[in-house]
Design a protein around this ligand. Structure first.
Ligand SMILES: *[C@@H]1O[C@H](CO)[C@@H](O)[C@H](O)[C@H]1NC(C)=O
Ligand SMILES: *[C@@H]1O[C@H](CO)[C@@H](O)[C@H](O)[C@H]1NC(C)=O
Ligand SMILES: *[C@@H]1O[C@H](CO)[C@@H](O)[C@H](O)[C@H]1NC(C)=O
Ligand SMILES: *[C@@H]1O[C@H](CO)[C@@H](O)[C@H](O)[C@H]1NC(C)=O
Ligand SMILES: *[C@@H]1O[C@H](CO)[C@@H](O)[C@H](O)[C@H]1NC(C)=O
Length: 459
């Protein structure tokens, strides 16, 4: 009796499940793809495509256009899932980063392939196998900076290609493309613009001469970051990781590390961990250096140098290592013949900087001036101020103060200051903003740099 009852109670549930599934399918037809579109991908839509010339040819198999525009496709859809007779495949504006060899194999009718605005870095001739009728290829807006010779070899019908990217480097590595395109009557879209080197920036690749694609100039990298990028203050015993990422420009690209200009090697005993460089997407190379137990010796300049056969490029960062008992230099005001300087409370071992120009009546921002216009003062490791270096600041007195102001006002507003005009026109009183002391001194302004059209030499 027990067994029979259980069977009977179970029956409705068994009936309900398929019913629910069927209902779900009925309510969400999109999930199955539209009729004639076997793709089980929600963001892909299929539609019929009319032949361009309506000349009375024999109607071939249905010509189809597939657009996958959801924005989140990580790779192209399986070719086997695309309808027969797909002539246009539009995969632009997705997040495709890898395209497997043979990813489009079987799309024998495909004429237009749009892969623009994705994240593709690696392309080889294998990528485009099995596309004998492809006429137009758009791979612009991806991350590659160059293309290997022969990458389009499997595309015998190719007529137009757009390959502009924000990293596109028009150098000797891309030189093969021009004669190749010419021989094959391949048109490089006029939208294919060079990004690097700067000498060719925004020029159309197709309009260049072969001889312009060279690797002789200074090395220019589309990417070169060192983290940390700004001066770091760390305590003895801390762990400090550095990461350097740069453009990968072929197998001669190397990242090397330097500390105070001496090469750095990995040394586990000393707590210097140097990982093998990694290459990402055929476009970037990264290297990581970790100081696992930092000591005072690590103070100074750390440098990440990228080198290729063409040359070197460096990024540096200053590291200040403090003993754990670090102290501070107190805030202090120093007035001298170069100005009035207010040195803030500063950590031991740090050099503080102050702008030379600190006049309350200038409205022009002066902070963060070029290093040459700053005074510096170091707080030593024991927390005592060293004498400051004010040599980059001009001597101050009322006259030079006023001149500074004039030059700044003049540069800021584009017209000579009222005071200057007043003087030239022989008026006795300056127009409100001058200092009487200047007039008492009977200074001849016309002989001073304020009058000249050139910027004053000290600015
Ligand atoms: C697509 O074409 C292949 C051969 O070209 C054929 O075997 C297959 O049945 C076709 N599929 C459809 C859905 O027409
Ligand atoms: C390639 O794609 C980009 C972005 O989708 C577009 O702006 C450009 O016009 C296309 N190039 C060609 C030749 O159609
Ligand atoms: C041009 O193409 C032909 C075959 O189509 C080939 O034999 C020749 O080597 C090519 N020339 C260049 C410069 O690539
Ligand atoms: C680097 O690439 C060039 C061609 O691009 C090749 O001739 C050379 O053997 C490669 N070197 C290494 C170490 O892989
Ligand atoms: C690049 O750096 C290496 C050592 O790291 C040096 O031997 C070489 O001369 C440098 N090349 C240039 C062009 O600065």
């Amino acid at each position: 009796m027990g067994a029979g009852e259980r069977r009977m109670r179970g029956a409705p549930a068994r009936l309900l499940l398929p019913l629910l599934l069927w209902l779900l399918l009925l309510l969400a037809p999109e999930a199955r793809g539209s009729p004639g579109c076997p793709l089980p991908i929600r963001s892909c839509k299929c539609s019929g495509e009319r032949p361009k010339g309506l000349s009375g040819g024999v109607p071939g198999p249905a010509r189809r256009r597939v657009v996958c525009g959801g924005g989140d496709l990580p790779e192209p859809p399986e070719p086997g899932l695309l309808p027969n007779g797909t002539v246009t495949l539009d995969l632009r504006n997705n997040i495709i980063s890898t395209v497997q060899p043979g990813a489009f194999l079987g799309l024998g009718e495909l004429k237009r392939l749009d892969l623009s605005n994705n994240r593709i870095g690696c392309l080889t001739s294998e990528t485009f196998r099995g596309l004998p009728r492809l006429l137009r290829l758009n791979i612009s807006g991806n991350i590659f900076s160059s293309l290997q010779p022969g990458v389009f070899d499997e595309l015998p019908a190719l007529k137009v290609v757009d390959l502009g990217t924000e990293f596109l480097t028009c150098d000797c590595r891309l030189r093969w493309l021009l004669p190749w395109a010419q021989n094959r009557s391949l048109q490089l879209s006029e939208r294919t613009l060079c990004a690097y080197p700067s000498a060719l920036h925004a020029q159309a690749l197709g309009s260049l001469q072969e001889a312009q694609l060279c690797c002789e100039g200074a090395l220019e990298l589309h990417t070169h970051h060192l983290i940390p990028s700004l001066r770091q203050v760390v305590f003895q015993g801390d762990r400090l990781p550095f990461q350097c990422s740069a453009s990968y420009l072929g197998n001669d690209t190397r990242i090397r590390w330097y500390h105070n200009r001496a090469p750095v090697e990995g040394d586990e005993q000393a707590g210097i961990l140097l990982a093998e460089s990694l290459i990402h997407d055929c476009t970037f190379i990264t290297s990581e250096l970790t100081l696992s137990h930092i000591g005072v010796w690590a103070s100074g300049e750390w440098e990440c140098t990228v080198s290729t056969a063409q040359g070197n490029a460096s990024k540096k960062v200053e590291i200040v290592v403090l003993e754990t008992s670090a102290s501070y230099c107190p805030a202090e005001r120093v007035a001298n013949n170069r100005g009035d300087f207010r040195w803030p409370r500063t950590l031991a071992g740090i050099t503080a900087y102050q702008s030379c120009l600190q006049y309350p009546f200038t409205s022009v921002p002066l902070g963060g001036g070029a290093p040459g216009t700053r005074a510096s003062r170091r707080c030593d490791r024991a927390g005592r101020w060293e004498p400051g270096d004010y040599s980059h600041c001009l001597y101050t007195n009322d006259i030079t103060r006023v001149l500074y102001t004039f030059v700044l006002v003049r540069r800021g507003w584009g017209t000579p200051p009222a005071l200057l005009r007043g003087h030239r026109e022989g008026r006795s009183q300056p127009n409100g903003q001058g200092e009487p002391g200047l007039w008492a001194a009977g200074l001849c302004l016309s002989s001073l740099p304020v009058q000249s059209q050139e910027p004053a030499p000290f600015l």
